[in-house]
Write a protein that binds this ligand. Structure first.
Ligand code: HEC
Length: 165
């Protein structure tokens, strides 16, 4: 992935340096940019922007995945860890409960969302988020983005639908 990344105009001017054109979209990761953009990488890594999206690991996941449950619209979702990965058992596109591995974290301050991979290269954002504020400020809890509605799998706003892609 790193060697196949081609960057904007650079690709036009020097294809031999950047190598083959990528065969499909893939997450390159910040390291892929650092060897040519050292200054930008140093500035970026101390900003909050480097926390915008990350692979879900023990280092990046802030939510409580210790078999925690959250009930919304008559569905109880469970957040848990298995084999070193992070999972949510929640309602899928047909409303049935399923276990979904968390692929990426999305954001880090005030709230953190979780992205789940679906066929066709889709990433869907779970509507249940983790409030990352300290407990004293009302945080450290799961909450739903549409607390006053009852969004189920038939709703266009359901987390598996195009609106949450
Ligand atoms: C092999 C070296 C190389 C790598 C790797 C590389 N870039 Fe670049 N990038 C360049 C060069 C050279 C330019 C300037 C091109 C120009 O001005 O014609 C550039 C320009 C850019 C620009 C435009 C900056 C502007 O002022 O318009 C952005 C944005 C950018 N790169 C982002 C990235 C990102 C994000 C990555 C990693 C995913 C990356 N680059 C990886 C060499 C690289």
């Amino acid at each position: 992935m790193i060697s196949t990344f081609a960057c904007g105009e650079f690709q036009e001017t020097d294809r031999t340096t950047v190598g083959a054109i990528p065969t499909g979209p893939a997450f390159a990761g910040g390291e892929a940019c650092a060897r040519c953009h050292r200054t930008e990488t140093d500035l970026w890594s101390v900003s909050h922007h480097d926390l915008a999206m990350a692979e879900a690991t023990a280092a990046t996941v802030l939510g409580d995945f210790d078999d925690t449950t959250f009930t919304y619209a008559r569905t109880t979702s469970t957040f848990f860890e298995r084999d070193g990965g992070f999972f949510v058992r929640t309602d899928g596109p047909d409303g049935e409960l399923r276990d979904y591995p968390i692929a990426y974290t999305f954001g880090a301050e005030l709230l953190q969302q979780y992205l789940i991979e679906f066929p066709g290269g889709r990433l869907q954002a779970l509507s249940i988020c983790w409030d990352t504020r300290p407990a004293a400020e009302g945080g450290q809890r799961w909450f739903h983005l549409y607390p006053d509605e009852e969004i189920d799998h038939t709703d266009p706003l359901h987390w598996t639908g195009p609106q949450q892609n």
